[in-house]
Design a protein around this ligand. Structure first.
Ligand code: GTP
Length: 549
């Protein structure tokens, strides 16, 4: 039986690998999609939260300052200061100073008047300083009765960027105008902007004013530039807040922008999109490793389970059938096929195979018996043939051919060992008459009866055969003439005394001779024949011999 090219176990392993590979592939795709969505949402959420937190802080900051400015703008001593005395000026300046020192976020609190009176907390106003010409004063007058919040300008003393919140008012005494203002340092806001979101290294924020001009940015060179110089793309910021993606300096950015209510500024919070999505790669790789391990485990599990359930019974069946076909009597361990379709098929196949083998072995056995029988028959026929070749058909004793052969052997043996043997040649007297009187059939019966009678008087070692017609020869090994004569006489008397069926009595004549040294067997026979002839001549029913042997 040809060995199968593959095995069920291998097939199961291959199929498990294939299908689990497909599941693995789709799972990885799904995982990437889900992770992408989750990481993207997380990044969106974080950027938005951070943006809103900064927005609230800045808004709160300017809200406090605006409240103070509003309060100062309605306070009598502030509004009327241009009409008041130096002492009252000092009182107001002192008040401004207290506010400045109690709040770290406030740099200066001051008021400028139409008559160029300048009252400020700690700063020594230089001679000739005209507040009414300063941008903060002019803007506040221009926007009056509204407040101006967060007007950026560069501090003349420290060259720092400051934000002024200011509001114009009218002196109720003389109707002149004035502006009260509070400065807050850029540092307060940049500190807020620079607070990093721990998750993302690329995180930063910047602020533009309502016209799109950059007013606060980590890179000071970009301040006062249009938003176009910060973003490659022309982002249309029509809504008050939202997400935007853009490319800047070769990096994809994710940004959330919102409007700071108090100032009308736009606050942008930005991260590198790659940094947001990078964890996906590591998570996917990590998951792939875990999943590959799980997949291998599952493959191993599936293979072993299916192998046990399907492959093992089939393999056992394969081995079983192979053993049956090879007539391997040394069966392996006993295996109980499962009680399912496979087991059913296996048992049927085993049964069929065993039946077929039994049928074949029966056939073989039958063929073997037939061969044996014909062999026996042949042997019998051979034996018969051999018997026919050496036996006389009528009497069953040795024929002439066998007698010749036996005599020759005995002659050689006697010569070699210097031993003696004798021969007795005898013939039925007047046998022709028996044939004539009783018929040939009776003659045959008489010859058979005579042979039986003679055999009774011989030794086992004597060789007895039919010499021809009604003439018989006895070869007596280790027997000298004297002993042979005794035997011949005995046989003579025995035949004479016997009553034959159909014919009654008959006689025989015998010629006896003993082998002499250096003569041939023919000589021995010739002498016996001569003696027989002589016995016939001398009246029959007698034994004759020559005295020399
Ligand atoms: N029934 C029968 N007769 C045989 C057989 N062989 C030889 N004979 C007969 O035996 C007879 C022998 O006759 P003869 O040779 O004249 O000798 P005899 O009649 O015995 O006379 P003597 O030998 O001289 O006593 C013949 O008639 C043969 O035909 C045989 O196998 N069966």
């Amino acid at each position: 039986m040809k060995k199968p090219a593959s095995s069920i176990r291998r097939e199961i392993f291959k199929e498990s690998c294939f299908y689990l590979g497909i599941i693995f592939f789709f799972y990885v795709i799904l995982m990437i999609a889900l992770l992408y969505d989750s990481e993207r949402s997380k990044a969106h959420e974080l950027v938005k939260q951070k943006n809103q937190s900064i927005n609230y802080s800045i808004d709160a900051h300017f809200n406090d300052i605006s409240t103070m400015v509003e309060e100062f703008a309605t306070t009598d001593i502030v509004r009327e200061a241009a009409s008041l005395s130096e002492v009252e000026h000092q009182q107001l300046t002192k008040k401004f100073g207290i506010v400045t020192t109690t709040s770290t976020r406030i740099t200066h609190v001051y008021a400028g008047y139409q008559n160029d009176l300048m009252l400020i907390d700690t700063w020594n106003v230089p001679d000739g300083y005209q507040p009414s010409t300063r941008p903060w004063y002019l803007q506040a007058i221009e926007r009056s009765p509204n407040r101006v919040t967060g007007l950026p300008y560069r501090d003349v003393v420290y060259n720092d960027w400051l934000f002024t919140t200011c509001k114009a008012f009218t002196n109720p005494i003389d109707g002149s105008q004035g502006v009260v203002a509070i400065d807050s340092a850029l540092g307060v806001i940049t500190d807020l902007l620079n607070e990093r979101a721990t998750e993302y290294q690329s995180f930063y924020s910047f602020i533009t004013d309502s016209t799109g001009k950059v007013i606060i940015h980590g890179n000071p060179d970009l301040i006062n530039h249009n938003i176009d110089s910060v973003m490659d793309a022309n982002v249309i910021l029509e809504t008050t807040q939202g997400f935007t993606n853009y490319r800047y300096a070769g990096h994809y950015k994710l940004a959330f922008y919102s409007t700071i209510d108090e100032t009308g500024w736009r606050l942008f919070t930005v991260i590198d999109l790659w940094e947001a999505l990078e964890p996906i790669l590591y998570k996917v790789l990590g998951n792939i490793v875990i999943l590959a391990f799980v997949a291998l485990l599952l493959i191993f599990l599936f293979s072993s389970v299916f192998s046990r359930k399907i492959a093992q019974p089939m393999q056992e069946l394969f081995v079983h059938v192979k053993q049956l076909i090879r007539k391997d009597t040394e069966r392996g361990r006993h295996y109980e096929f499962p009680d399912n379709e496979i087991g059913y098929i296996a048992r049927e196949v085993v049964q069929l195979t065993e039946n077929e083998l039994y049928r074949r072995s029966q056939q073989l056995e039958q063929a073997y018996k037939e061969i044996n029988a014909s062999h026996l028959k042949l042997e019998k026929q051979n034996q018969l043939l051999s018997e026919m070749a050496t036996s006389d058909q009528l009497t069953g004793i040795y024929n002439r051919y066998k007698l010749d052969e036996s005599l020759q052997k005995e002659h050689v043996r006697a010569e070699r060992y210097e031993r003696v043997y004798s021969v007795i040649l005898f013939d039925v007297d007047y046998f022709k008459r028996i044939n004539d009187d009783f018929g040939h059939m009776v003659g045959d019966k008489v010859l058979q009866e005579l042979v039986g009678l003679i055999q009774q008087g011989l030794r086992r070692a004597d060789i007895f055969g039919r010499w021809g017609g009604e003439e018989f020869l006895i070869v007596c090994p280790e027997t000298n003439l004297k002993q042979a004569l005794v035997l011949a006489e005995k046989l003579l008397l025995k035949v004479e005394a016997h009553q034959f069926q159909y014919i009654g009595s008959l006689t025989i004549s015998l010629g006896v001779s003993q082998c002499q040294p250096n003569e041939t067997q023919s000589h021995v026979l010739k002498r016996a024949d001569d003696c027989l002839y002589q016995a016939k001549e001398l009246g029959r029913n007698r034994v004759e011999y020559l005295s020399k042997g």
